[in-house]
Design a protein around this ligand. Structure first.
Ligand SMILES: *[C@@H]1O[C@H](CO)[C@@H](O)[C@H](O)[C@H]1NC(C)=O
Ligand SMILES: *[C@@H]1O[C@H](CO)[C@@H](O)[C@H](O)[C@H]1NC(C)=O
Ligand SMILES: *[C@@H]1O[C@H](CO)[C@@H](O)[C@H](O)[C@H]1NC(C)=O
Ligand SMILES: *[C@@H]1O[C@H](CO)[C@@H](O)[C@H](O)[C@H]1NC(C)=O
Ligand SMILES: *[C@@H]1O[C@H](CO)[C@@H](O)[C@H](O)[C@H]1NC(C)=O
Length: 562
């Protein structure tokens, strides 16, 4: 379970973020304080106003403190209330294994009687928010901790509290769409579905029962691809955003492997182990399938994409196993990048940075992935508004998340930039200075493709999809051009559009989609909604594939041979 943010995904997000930064030509002064407006405006009105706010950075949440079992937050100053303090009280009202807790929040000294403060409360397992009008003590109830891990976390680290800076109007409209994506409820699931329908044009047609296929493992072979789409809970929320930025209709992937005795295994990067860490794992099929059927609370939809017989004949099982076992147990590396990148936006960078970045973007020789600053400015006035607002929400969520996962703060993003420069240990401002010294641009730096053999501080960076495709590469599927294919540049969509898969429906296993009247070209084996993988199985690999592809919503137009 994981986020398989590829570098390209991150670039897409960060580009949108750049274009939301303060020096925007749209930063017209507003004649009122949005802080003091009540959230009564309809969205059609509030979104344009959101756009006039000073910039995305101002809208990102600020961490004000954490309330744990051992200590309260101390005082902090809000936007409306000038004196605030919070503390945590553990209880066991439901008599559950780990109990629950009540967060007490005392707010006082409002600067005006119409104002209010909005807060986001987060543990690594949940995000919720509330707003306060009245000077008094408020409470926030956590009925039950999600798991031992959450219980331990809150005891030690506490519930983190974030103040939403720019006032409630922008914040509310910014939060409205995204936070429900992360809630593990029917409402959260519907929010994910609604978001994907609206922003990607996904259909989510319900398919007839059975929603779980009675498969026969004899019909599954080494190299068969598993495309997974989660639509609920925190992973559902992240996958939704990832799908949206990358154009993929699946958010996770894994691969099948058979051993010499014919036993079926699944290789997966981003498997959550018992300690709650995401690792690379090679698991017996039964264990993996049992987890997906009964324990995965993200309502995973799963499709098996069998390899084409000719491709399968090429698949070197020995080499695939060698690769899989060499990676087994290693940490999943990639999501660090997005978190640490977002980290750079939450205010701890020198002011010239933003204009700097805009400037280099506008002069950067961006032949493809980087739309020029002009284009972006124009697009803000039209459809870009919606996109920018959504990306802003992504940034908010990421900021919160980044704070929640400090063990991941190894700053992979800076590491990746340093790799591109051939330097070590420079942080983002230093990188910018260095780039300029060399007469290059930041935009150019970003376009340097990731190399599969780059070794990061915590090992090779393998997202779920990089793991699968690296195995394909080792197994010979990209021969004879494998030397000029960098699979870390591939998104999940890039993977399932490869012309590697079975194209003759009469050769698909008998149980494949047997309950469904619509015949898919692949085998959906789990899920209430019919999965769609547009452009499935259509693209032959070519040298330097996907190293220079734009992927901008909502059309994700892909230039030829990019
Ligand atoms: C809560 O109460 C239940 C039932 O009395 C008990 O089994 C459980 O250990 C308690 N949990 C905590 C964290 O005290
Ligand atoms: C699944 O298929 C096997 C044979 O392929 C059969 O023995 C078994 O009863 C089936 N299970 C269900 C739940 O239909
Ligand atoms: C398959 O891979 C193994 C290990 O890398 C190698 O020794 C073997 O020669 C390969 N087989 C073929 C047919 O290429
Ligand atoms: C599809 O596979 C079936 C069964 O193997 C075979 O008879 C048929 O000729 C194949 N069709 C094509 C177009 O290759
Ligand atoms: C499947 O692909 C093969 C080559 O990869 C091609 O020869 C064949 O015509 C295709 N079959 C169908 C049904 O498209």
């Amino acid at each position: 379970m994981e986020l398989s943010f590829s570098l390209k995904t991150i670039l897409t997000i960060s580009l949108f973020l750049f274009f939301l930064t303060p020096q925007s030509s749209l930063a017209i002064k507003v004649p009122f304080h949005p802080q003091d407006l009540l959230p009564l405006l309809p969205r059609q009105v509030s979104w344009p106003i959101l756009n006039y706010l000073k910039g995305a950075v101002d809208l990102l949440p600020t961490f004000v403190g954490a309330a744990s079992a051992f200590k309260d937050t101390g005082d902090w100053k809000g936007a409306c209330f000038y004196e605030n303090r919070a503390w945590m009280e553990f209880h066991n009202k439901t008599g559950s294994e780990f109990g629950g807790g009540t967060l007490h929040l005392k707010v006082s000294k409002a600067h005006s009687w119409t104002c209010m403060d909005i807060y986001v409360f987060a543990t690594p397992y949940r995000v919720t928010w509330d707003y306060y009008f009245l000077s008094r003590e408020h409470t926030l109830e956590f009925k039950e901790w999600d798991s031992k891990a959450e219980y331990e976390y809150v005891k030690r680290q506490g519930v983190s509290i974030f103040l939403m800076q720019a006032g409630m109007l922008g914040t509310l409209s910014a939060l409205w769409d995204v936070f429900p994506l992360f809630t593990n409820t029917g409402w959260g699931e519907n929010s994910n579905i609604g978001f994907l329908k609206k922003h990607m044009g996904a259909t989510f047609e319900q398919r007839p029962q059975p929603w779980v296929t009675n498969i026969s493992v004899d019909d599954i072979h080494s190299g068969d691809f598993l495309a997974i789409s989660k639509i609920r809970g925190r992973w559902g929320g992240f996958e939704t955003l990832e799908k949206w930025v990358s154009g993929a209709y699946a958010g996770h992937s894994a691969v099948c492997l058979k051993d010499s005795e014919g036993k079926l295994w699944v290789g997966e990067s981003g498997h959550e182990n018992e300690q709650g860490e995401d690792i690379i794992a090679v698991l017996p099929w039964d264990e993996w399938w049992e987890f997906e059927l009964n324990k995965d609370d993200s309502n995973p939809h799963i499709a098996l994409l069998p390899l084409h017989p000719d491709v399968r004949a090429k698949f070197n099982e020995t080499a695939a196993w060698e690769y899989a076992l060499s990676m087994n147990g290693k940490p999943y590396g990639y999501h660090n990048m997005i978190f640490s990148w977002i980290d750079t936006l939450d205010g701890n960078y020198p002011p010239p940075l933003d204009s700097h970045v805009l400037e280099v973007l506008s002069v950067g020789k961006s032949d493809k992935a980087l739309p020029s600053w002009q284009t972006m400015t124009i697009s803000t006035r039209g459809t870009g508004l919606i996109a920018s607002s959504v990306v802003l929400q992504v940034a908010s969520v990421m900021t919160v998340w980044n704070h929640m996962q400090p063990e991941y703060a190894a700053n992979m993003w800076n590491e990746a930039l340093n790799k591109r420069l051939g330097t070590q240990g420079l942080d983002l401002p230093d990188v910018l200075v260095e780039v300029e010294k060399r007469g290059s641009s930041f935009g150019e730096l970003l376009t340097i493709p990731e190399q599969d053999d780059w070794l990061y501080a915590d090992g090779k960076s393998t997202s779920c999809i990089a793991f699968v495709l690296e195995m394909y590469k080792e197994a010979g599927l990209f021969d004879p051009i494998s030397g000029s294919v960098q699979v870390t540049e591939f998104t999940i969509k890039d993977a399932y559009t490869l012309r590697f898969f079975e194209n003759n429906s009469s050769r698909l296993p008998k149980w494949c989609n047997d309950g469904d009247d619509v015949k898919l070209p692949f085998c959906q084996i789990k899920g209430k909604y019919r999965m769609e993988l547009p452009e499935y199985n259509t693209m032959d690999p070519y040298p330097h594939m996907n190293e220079r592809c734009p992927s901008l919503p909502p059309k994700y137009y892909r230039t030829q041979n990019c």
